[in-house]
Write a protein that binds this ligand. Structure first.
Ligand code: ATP
Length: 573
C-alpha cells in the first residue's frame, strides 16, 4: 500500500510537467520570434523540451505500471480473503438462514459475487483510478492559485457545482440501483428454478406460463435500465456543460490578464492544461461517485450476509464424551422461522441403546423432532435434555460427530462414489470405504460398473444413491442414529437388504426411526404417535394397537394399503 501511495505522489508531480514546459516553450518561442532569431538558435530549446517531455512519458509509463500492479495486488488479496471469509461465515449459519426466502441459492450467490465485485471496484477506484487523479488535480489547483489567484478561484468555483450535480445524480440513481439488484437476483434465481423444474414444467406443458413470468421480470428490468440510462445521460450532459463553461471563463480571463500584461502569453496554454488536470478526475469523479454508490448498495447486502450474527449456529461448551444417548423433550413448542408451528407441548423420551419410532401422518411433526435433536433449530419453549443436561449446553459440532442422520432423500455431492462415501470419515482407508459399501449392499453393484468406486455418484439411480448415504453412515459409525424414512424410496428387495444392514447397525445404539414401513415400526422398543404436532399416544406395538386410537387407525390403513388379505392368500398358494 505504501508503494502505491509513493507512486501516486510522484505521479501527481509529473502530471504538472506538461503545462510548465509548454508555457515555457510558448513564451520562449515568442521571444525568439520577436527578436527574429533563426531556427538554429531555437534548436537547443526544441531538443531540450523534447528530452524533458519524452523522459516524463517514460517515467509516467513506469509509474502507471507500478500503480496498476500494486493496486491489482491489493485487489487480488482482498478479493480472495473476502470470498473465503464469506464462505466460512455462511457455513457457520443455522439451517433457518439457508431456508429463508431472501437467501435462496441463486440469490445468495449473486449477493456474494456482486458484493465481492463491488468491494474490488472500491479498491480499484481508490488505489488505481481516483487517488492518482485526485492528487494530480490538487497539485494543479495549487499551481493555478500560485500563478494567479483569480484563475485559481474560477477553477475552484466550478468544483462545488460539479460535486453537487454528481451528488444529485447519485441520489437519483441509488433507489433505482437497489431495485435493479433485486430484479437481477430474482432473474438469476428464476433461471436456476426453471432448470430445476424442467421435468415438471414440460410434463404440465407450462412453458408459455413460465416464459410469461420471466417476461414480466425482463420488462421491469428493461424499464429500470432505461430509467437509469436517462438519468445518467441528463446529468453527464449538464456536467460536461459546466466543465466547458469553466474552461471558457478561464481562457477568457487568462487572455484578459495577458492583455493587461499581468501574465505571459504561454499562461493561456498553461492554465487550460492545468484546468484539464483539475477537471479530468472530476469528470471521472461522477462515475466514481456513481460506482461508489453501487459499491455501497451491493456491499450493504454483502455485509448484511456476513454480519447475520443472529444466524450463527449457537453452541455450548459441554463436550459430549461418554454419551449414553438418552434424549428427553419436555413440553416443547416449536415454530419454524416461516411461522408454521410444528410442535405443541411435546414431551417424549428417547432411551439410550433402544429404538424409538415416531409415527404419524404427513406433516405431523416427526422430522421436526429430529431437526431439534440434531440442534438444527431450537425450541421456543420447553426443554430438551441429553443425558440429563440441556442439549443447548453441548458443543454443537462435537455432538454432531456422535449423530448419524439418514433421510428419505440424501444429498449426493458432485464427485465420485468413493468421495461421497468417504464424507462419513475423511480419513477412512479404501478397505473401510469398501466395507461400508458392502454393508449397504452397494459394493457388488459398483463392481459391475466400468468405473467402480470412481463412478460419478450423481449418475447413480435413486436407490443406489440412498445406499451411498447409508454407507456414509456405516463409515461414520455414530452411537446415535436418526433415520427419517431411510427406505421409503427403495424397491422391496433393496428395502429388505437395507433393513437387514440397519438392524445390525441398530444393536446397542440409540435409534430414532421415522418410517411408514410397518415392519420397522412394530420392532421399535417404543413408538410415539404424533398428530398435528402433538404426541397423542405412546407405547409398544401391542399396547398401542389395543388402544384402538390413532396408532390403530394408521396401522390398519397401512395394512389395508398393502392389501394384506390378498397377499396372504397369494402367499399360502
Ligand atoms: N423448514 C421448514 N420451514 C417451515 N415449515 C416447515 C419446515 N419443515 C417442516 N415444516 C412444517 O412443519 C410441519 C411439520 O413438518 P414435519 O416435516 O416435521 O412433518 P413430518 O411428520 O415429518 O411429515 P412427513 O411424514 O411428510 O415428512 C408441517 O406443517 C410442515 O409444513
Amino acid at each position: 500500500m505504501a508503494s502505491t501511495l509513493i507512486l501516486t505522489l510522484i505521479g501527481s508531480l509529473t502530471a504538472q510537467v506538461n503545462p510548465f514546459v509548454l508555457r515555457y516553450t510558448v513564451d520562449k518561442v515568442q521571444v525568439l520570434l520577436h527578436h527574429g532569431h533563426s531556427l538554429k538558435v531555437g534548436m537547443p530549446l526544441l531538443l531540450g523540451i523534447s528530452g524533458i517531455l519524452l523522459g516524463k512519458e517514460v517515467l509516467n509509463a513506469a509509474l502507471d505500471f507500478g500503480q496498476s500492479y500494486f493496486g491489482e495486488e491489493i485487489r487480488v488479496y482482498v478479493s480472495s480473503a473476502l470470498s473465503q471469509d464469506a464462505v466460512r461465515r455462511i457455513l457457520s449459519y443455522r439451517l433457518g438462514f439457508y431456508a429463508a426466502g431472501s437467501n435462496q441459492t441463486g440469490k445468495l450467490q449473486t449477493r456474494l459475487d456482486k458484493g465481492v465485485d463491488a468491494l474490488m471496484k472500491l479498491v480499484q477506484d481508490l488505489f488505481i483510478d481516483i487517488l492518482p487523479l485526485l492528487a494530480a488535480a490538487a497539485v494543479s489547483l495549487v499551481v493555478m492559485f500560485a500563478a494567479s489567484w483569480r484563475i485559481g478561484v474560477v477553477a475552484l468555483g466550478v468544483l462545488p457545482v460539479y460535486f453537487w450535480l454528481s451528488y444529485r445524480q447519485a441520489v437519483r440513481l441509488s433507489g433505482v440501483r437497489r431495485g435493479m439488484r433485486q430484479l437481477k437476483e430474482d432473474k438469476n434465481h428464476g433461471l436456476l428454478n426453471l432448470m430445476d423444474s424442467a421435468v415438471v414444467i414440460k410434463s404440465f406443458v407450462r412453458e408459455q406460463y413460465e416464459e410469461e413470468k420471466q417476461d414480466r421480470l425482463q420488462h421491469e428490468l428493461r424499464e429500470t435500465q432505461l430509467r437509469m440510462r436517462k438519468t445518467n445521460f441528463l446529468f453527464n450532459g449538464l456536467k460536461s456543460l459546466v466543465e466547458q463553461v469553466g474552461l471558457v471563463v478561464i481562457i477568457v480571463l487568462t487572455a484578459y490578464l495577458v492583455l493587461s500584461h499581468e501574465l505571459s502569453i504561454g499562461t493561456i496554454m498553461f492554465n487550460s492544461m492545468l484546468f484539464h488536470n483539475v477537471s479530468a478526475p472530476i469528470r471521472q469523479l461522477h462515475q466514481m461517485y456513481d460506482e461508489l454508490n453501487e459499491v455501497h448498495t451491493y456491499s450493504e447486502a454483502f455485509f448484511e450476509m456476513l454480519d447475520a450474527d443472529n444466524a450463527v449456529e449457537p453452541t455450548g461448551s459441554l463436550p459430549p464424551t461418554s454419551l449414553r444417548g438418552t434424549f428427553e423433550l419436555r413440553h416443547v413448542d416449536f415454530t419454524y422461522p416461516s411461522g408454521t408451528q410444528a410442535l405443541h407441548d411435546v414431551s417424549l423420551t428417547i432411551e439410550a441403546g433402544k429404538t424409538t419410532a415416531l409415527m404419524g401422518l404427513s406433516g405431523a411433526g416427526k422430522s421436526t423432532v429430529i431437526n431439534l435433536l440434531c440442534k438444527f433449530y431450537e425450541p421456543q419453549s420447553g426443554e430438551i435434555l441429553l443425558d440429563g443436561r440441556p442439549l443447548a449446553d453441548y458443543d454443537t459440532h462435537a455432538l454432531r460427530q456422535y449423530i448419524g442422520l439418514v433421510l428419505q432423500k440424501n444429498h449426493i455431492f458432485k464427485g465420485t462414489v468413493d468421495e461421497n462415501i468417504r464424507y462419513g470419515n475423511l480419513l477412512a482407508t479404501p478397505a473401510q470405504v469398501q466395507d461400508a459399501a458392502r454393508q449397504a449392499h452397494l459394493h457388488d453393484q459398483l463392481m459391475q460398473l466400468p468405473d467402480g468406486y470412481e463412478t460419478d455418484a450423481q449418475q447413480l439411480s435413486g436407490g443406489q444413491q440412498q445406499r451411498i448415504a447409508i454407507a456414509r453412515l456405516f463409515l461414520k459409525n455414530p452411537p446415535i442414529i436418526f433415520l427419517d424414512e431411510p427406505t421409503a424410496s427403495l424397491d422391496a428387495v433393496t428395502t429388505e437388504q437395507i433393513k437387514t444392514s440397519l438392524d445390525a447397525l441398530k444393536r446397542g445404539r440409540t435409534v430414532v426411526i421415522i418410517s411408514h414401513s410397518l415392519s420397522q415400526i412394530v420392532e421399535a422398543d417404543r413408538t410415539y404417535v404424533l398428530e398435528q404436532g402433538r404426541v397423542v399416544e405412546n407405547g409398544i406395538h401391542q399396547e398401542l394397537y389395543d388402544q384402538n386410537g390413532a396408532y390403530r387407525r394408521i396401522f390398519d390403513a397401512s395394512a389395508r394399503s398393502l392389501n394384506l388379505e390378498k397377499l396372504a392368500r397369494t402367499l399360502t398358494y
